[in-house]
Design a protein around this ligand. Structure first.
Ligand code: NAI
Length: 632
């Protein structure tokens, strides 16, 4: 009679507990510097495949591989070191599972105890519960063979080993290979879970009771997920508009179920696609409207893989408890470099000079050409870009002056001006880096140009509507502005197919660029790293730092606690109600953080791990709750 109260977990080692095949790594170490290294490594892989497909017996494949490996006892510590860094990610984050079930977890592997035991022991798995082969060494310490009496050195060995173990209770097998399935086929296990975090084999998937892309999923299916809140592979992420592959890679690495779309989607398509999606990633084209949000039954975050968030209905996001993140300074440096290059190009009339050369004119003259060293640079808007420009410009020998409507810390030797007029009277070069708020419409017009020095250089890489274009045109034509660079326009073509129409076309010493100040490969890569980082921080810890919609909370890591994340309409008394519910359930609060904005309140409460689960239902049903989730 079986004792069904006991559950046993049989776990494979190669490509399951670790991400790799250990003998491949041993080959890399043992054959380091060997002239035949590449050939032999290739051969080892071939033999491994032959062993797996059945054209060689497993034992024969082992004999042949060990022969080619030429390995030695001294190589084993190096192998163990390498393997420690290759433990599967979901195993790493679920150490607690191994600790809690230490007596009931078995490693059954066709690999070798010599390297398996030191790895799994760190995960509280007992050496006595590891069943695998053992190396045999000659007197000099070279690996010359293995123990042929061991059941695990033959085909069907895993099932045979289970028979010998005679476990009384339910047996669950987790592995990536056909030999793991064979345990169940032989009637020695209740269920076989195909583990696909590292490799996927179709013939194994066909036989599986469940496919588990990570250990999280296995624990979730068996209601044993004590270390993590929700399996990441069940979190659907939809990335649109050709988001940089780096972002896709980062999110896949974290274990999310990621779907990628090259183009954008229109409102109706997105309304359909957004169902069951937890995180949406977009760039500037996709409109996240109130209607889209109505269809978003599981959405918790939107990542704007760009700077602007005008395409997102931020207010509706707030009301639905959806946090929005963007990349506010991922392209700061790119804009600054372009500003510097244009300032120098304009002071030296490089653009005009090049244009003349293309027309066949050779005009070698120093007239109107100046160094930037020692000149006064006037920065309007001393935010991320303005301040960074200040540092680089000073390194070039410019004297930096700035004007900002907010109180800003002057970097280096930069000097603050109290008004635009004061700034313009001093500046040989004026550069605009204000934000795009409505009030900044035409802040530079005829009057402001008249405050500037004759022959000033004028640069705008901020927003098109801040400059009165007819006034700029007049001042370029009159020579008041000796050179200008404009990257942003009040009205810009919607696509590369549309013509650029502007009265600025054809003016002298004027560099026109199509809103590319921040468009570099480096900026794209920065964005692709920054936004996933923020989203994962929000999912894993509840941190909302840099969110454009949510109240910003930078949270400490939580240890030995569960974290309750509560988003509610900002009405009085919710915090008191949360705490009342916790008190009614005798729950000890370890830490609590609250921040609100006009629309929502965001409360994080860390509590002792032992509590009555009824509290979750009670917290969810507090009136005005928008979203509630819990992190383990
Ligand atoms: P930021 O928000 O960090 O800085 C803007 C600064 O301007 C703030 O310090 C603010 O107080 C100040 N400001 C706003 N109105 C002002 C006014 N009327 N007078 C003086 N100061 C004022 O923004 P960040 O990241 O430095 O970006 C600056 C501008 O550059 C933004 O308009 C942004 O859209 C634009 N940008 C353009 C890019 C391009 O491709 N050309 C790429 C990236 C940003």
């Amino acid at each position: 009679m079986q004792d069904n109260s006991q559950k046993y977990f049989v776990i494979d080692f190669d490509s399951t507990f670790t991400q790799v095949e250990a003998l491949d790594i041993l080959g890399e170490i043992a054959l380091e510097g060997h002239v035949e290294k590449e050939n032999r490594l290739h051969k080892i892989k071939e033999i491994t495949d032959e062993g797996m497909s059945g054209s060689l017996t497993f034992r024969e494949s082992l004999v042949q591989r060990l022969e080619i490996l030429d390995a030695h006892k001294n190589h084993l510590p190096l192998l163990v070191d390498r393997l420690k860094g290759e433990v599967s990610k979901s195993f790493k984050r679920n150490k607690e599972f191994f600790k809690n079930y230490t007596d009931n977890i078995f490693i059954i592997s066709n690999g070798f105890k010599d390297f398996i035991v030191p790895i799994v022991e760190e995960y509280h798995i007992k050496a006595d519960n590891v069943f695998a082969n053992s190396f045999e060494f000659d007197e000099g310490g070279s690996i010359v063979g293995f123990d042929h009496n061991n059941a695990l050195s033959i085909n069907g060995g895993k099932a045979e080993q289970l028979k010998q173990l005679d476990l009384q209770g339910d047996v669950y097998v987790i592995g990536d290979g056909y030999t793991d399935y064979e345990i169940k086929a032989a009637g020695m296990a209740n269920k076989f879970y195909a583990f696909t975090e590292n490799v996927t084999r179709d013939n194994v998937l066909e036989k599986a009771d469940h496919i588990t892309p990570s250990l999280d999923e296995f624990l979730y299916l068996n209601k044993m997920n004590t270390a993590i809140s929700y399996p990441k592979n069940r979190i659907n992420i939809l990335l649109l508009e050709n988001i940089h592959p780096k972002a896709v890679e980062l999110m896949k690495e974290e274990g999310y179920n990621v779907e990628v779309y090259p183009g954008g989607l229109d409102e109706d398509e997105l309304c359909e696609k957004i169902k069951n999606v937890s995180v949406l990633g977009i760039r500037s084209k996709t409109q996240v409207t109130a209607k889209v949000l109505e269809n978003a039954n599981r959405l918790i975050a939107v990542g704007a893989f760009c700077i602007g968030t005008n395409q997102i209905d931020l207010n509706s996001c707030l009301k639905k408890g959806v946090a929005v993140f963007n990349a506010p300074f991922s392209n700061t440096r790119s804009v600054v470099e372009m500003a510097i290059s244009e300032i120098i190009a304009l002071r030296r009339k490089l653009y005009m000079s090049s244009q003349a050369m293309h027309e066949g004119k050779w005009d070698k003259s120093a007239s109107g050409s100046h160094e930037v060293r020692g000149k006064n640079l006037g920065i309007v808007g001393y935010g991320n870009i303005g301040a960074q420009l200040s540092v680089l410009a000073e390194a070039l020998g410019l004297n930096v002056y700035y004007y900002d409507i907010e109180e800003k810390l002057a970097l280096g030797n930069a000097r603050k001006c109290r008004s635009l007029k004061e700034l313009f009277k001093k500046a040989d070069i004026v550069t605009l880096h204000v934000d795009g708020r409505k009030e900044n419409l035409n802040i530079i017009g005829e009057t402001e140009f008249q405050w500037m020095k004759d022959g000033v250089i004028f640069v705008n890489l901020s927003r098109g509507h801040v400059v009165d274009i007819p006034a700029l045109k007049d001042n370029i034509e009159s020579g008041k502005v000796a050179g200008a660079a404009i990257d942003v326009f009040p009205s810009e073509p919607k696509s590369n197919d549309e013509e650029f129409l502007s009265e600025l076309r054809g003016l002298p010493n004027l560099i026109l660029t199509p809103h590319i100040g921040g468009s570099t490969q480096e900026a794209q890569e920065n964005i692709a790293e920054f936004v996933p980082g923020k989203i994962m921080g929000y999912i894993n810890t509840g941190s909302t730092s840099n969110s454009v919609s949510f109240p910003n909370l930078q949270l400490p890591a939580f240890e030995n606690a569960h974290r309750l994340i509560h988003v509610h309409h900002n009405v009085p008394g919710i915090l008191a109600k949360i705490n009342q519910v916790l008190a009614d359930h005798d729950i000890n609060i370890v830490g609590q953080y609250l921040k609100t904005n006009e629309v929502i309140g965001y409360v994080i409460t860390d509590i002792d791990k032992k509590y009555n689960r009824d509290v979750i239902k009670a917290l969810r049903s507090i009136e005005h709750t928008i979203k509630f989730r819990i992190l383990y």
